[in-house]
Write a protein that binds this ligand. Structure first.
Ligand SMILES: Cc1cc2nc3c(=O)[nH]c(=O)nc-3n(C[C@H](O)[C@H](O)[C@H](O)COP(=O)(O)OP(=O)(O)OC[C@H]3O[C@@H](n4cnc5c(N)ncnc54)[C@H](O)[C@@H]3O)c2cc1C
Length: 478
């Protein structure tokens, strides 16, 4: 067996028995293998979670395999040692679902490849490729994909959980709906290419099962979209007391069905308020139209239609027809002043059919956010957006994501309690949830409520069939 680590050092630690038996009887795992006895284990454990708030959970062993054969060998080792298996791609899961006590953590960080087939407008993408890097390389060949808004999201967890990506309402809906096939390794170590005809039930689960998916994805085949060449945005800002007016604008703009415009509403700290300020006056509700024009004329047409629809809307401040690029939008997502950058995070979410009621209930707790960096994102889907046969459903007309974001370790409890108050406020209007952005430690039933009843039953049977010994750790929080 080959290790990158110093084996003598490792054998002196707690992993001795585990690794010795693996050495004698198992196949080779080429790559990095670390267990708690290794001096670097704690640094690696922490690096498995992207944000600064690291859960206090300890895998029995962390494996970073190189090839599929190494993943199969790691699974064989896990079987022999009766270890559960967790998987990590980008490590962005906000509650750190990939870190599980006593499990083997398979870290796919070395899997960041991309093969673009320009002739068919498709690509094979590996799970740890970041959103920004994926999009940048697609642009070189004139393509785009609804990647996550944050530059450093891994495609693995993002796509398996569903994916609310850039311009998602115009590029196929949830990003997983644009997954055409995948290469997966099942618990028995076998590699399969799956799609709607080969292993259709596993393929159905791949598109939305999130951290309940019972296999390891080593690459996805995705449909690509023609790259827009002219990106612009317009933004209309309302006081937090006027969420109703913001929802009206969002509805009016959604009804325009422009075909090249991503509409978002953001609850955020007022740029002019001091950081420590609280109360309704310290917060705003912005409606933002991100326009992805085929060319200048196409972009200008949408900017104009958006401006016309917004004219009677009562915004207290507006910025219209601002130039942008993909790179700029990723830079913004990493900009600490906007609260999306490195720091401590908590997340929760809901789908709703009643955005007015949800935002009206949210305004008061949101205004009391202990951190100025915390924000909420609201996104509406056009009524005619098609939902294919996939585990991931859009459970309402509107998605509402709550993001608590702060810096100080000693304020974890306060900020998470605030997030939970906000989640409780929108709870009565919720029609369902998004598996990638739920606080399952607050309420484990959110896991099941991320699926409809039939999908939940179907998912259980897919999991039993493909992972009969429950080798994979399964849903976080259950
Ligand atoms: C700052 C920030 C911004 C975000 N923005 C968005 C956004 O715009 N849109 C959106 O939809 N979501 C967003 N999210 C949520 C994001 O979709 C999830 O956090 C997702 O899990 C990230 O993917 P990852 O590969 O980094 O996850 P990881 O943390 O690596 O994995 C999460 C889970 O997914 C499963 N998994 C991951 N890779 C594999 C694999 N290869 N095979 C099998 N199972 C796997 C595992 O169960 C794992 O526990 C955001 C999160 C953050 C922190």
């Amino acid at each position: 067996m080959k290790w990158r680590v110093d084996r003598r050092r490792m054998m002196a630690g707690g992993a001795a028995t585990l690794l010795a038996s693996c050495d004698e009887r198992g196949p080779r795992v080429e790559g990095t293998v670390l267990a708690p006895g290794d001096g670097r284990y704690e640094d690696w454990r922490q690096a498995m979670v992207w944000q600064a708030r690291k859960p206090d959970r300890r895998p029995a062993i962390i494996v970073r395999p190189r090839q599929n054969a190494d993943i199969a060998a790691a699974l064989q080792l896990a079987r022999r040692q009766r270890l559960k298996v967790a998987v990590k791609s980008g490590g962005h899961h906000i509650w750190g679902a990939q870190l599980r006590d006593g499990a083997m953590l398979i870290d796919l960080w070395d899997r960041r490849g991309l093969e673009i087939d320009a002739a068919t407008g498709t690509a094979w993408v590996e799970p740890s490729l970041w959103s920004r890097d994926f999009q940048e390389r697609l642009l070189e060949q004139g393509f785009a994909f609804p990647v996550g808004h944050c530059a450093t999201l891994g495609m693995g967890g993002f796509l398996i959980g569903g994916g609310l990506g850039i311009n998602w309402t115009n590029w196929g809906g949830m990003s997983c709906y644009s997954v055409l096939a995948a290469e997966v390794i099942t618990a028995d170590g076998r590699t399969h290419i799956i799609d709607s005809e080969d292993e259709p039930e596993l393929f159905w689960a791949l598109r939305g099962a999130g951290n309940g998916f019972p296999a390891i994805v080593t690459r996805f085949k995705v449909k690509l979209y023609p790259a827009p060449t002219d990106l612009r945005w317009s933004m209309y800002v309302f006081p937090l007391t006027q969420t109703d007016a913001a929802v009206s604008l969002l509805e009016a703009l959604t009804a325009l069905n422009l075909g090249n415009c991503e509409l978002l509403s953001l609850l955020a700290h007022a740029p002019t308020a001091p950081p420590e300020a609280r109360g309704l006056g310290a917060k705003v509700c912005a409606v933002r139209a991100n326009i992805f024009g085929r060319d200048a004329a196409d972009a200008q047409r949408s900017v104009r239609r958006v401006a016309e629809a917004a004219r009677p809307g009562g915004a207290v401040f507006k910025l219209e027809d601002q130039r942008s690029t993909f790179e700029q939008s990723f830079v913004e997502s990493m900009d600490f002043r906007r609260g999306f950058g490195l720091g401590r995070f908590g997340v929760d979410s809901a789908w709703t059919d009643d955005p007015r009621a949800a935002l009206a209930s949210l305004a008061a707790p949101f205004a009391e956010a202990p951190s100025w960096k915390s924000h909420a994102v609201i996104s509406m889907r056009p009524a005619d957006l098609i939902t294919p046969d996939a585990a991931c459903r859009m459970h309402g007309s509107t998605y509402l994501g709550l993001y608590a974001s702060w810096d100080e370790t000693e304020r974890d409890v306060e900020n998470i309690a605030w997030l939970r108050r906000c989640a409780a406020a929108i709870g009565p209007a919720a029609t369902g949830h998004y598996i990638n952005e739920i606080d399952a430690e607050r309420d484990a039933s959110l896991v099941e409520r991320s699926f409809d009843a039939e999908s939940w039953r179907r998912l259980s049977s897919v999991r039993e069939r493909y992972d009969p010994d429950s080798r994979f750790v399964g849903f976080f929080g259950l």
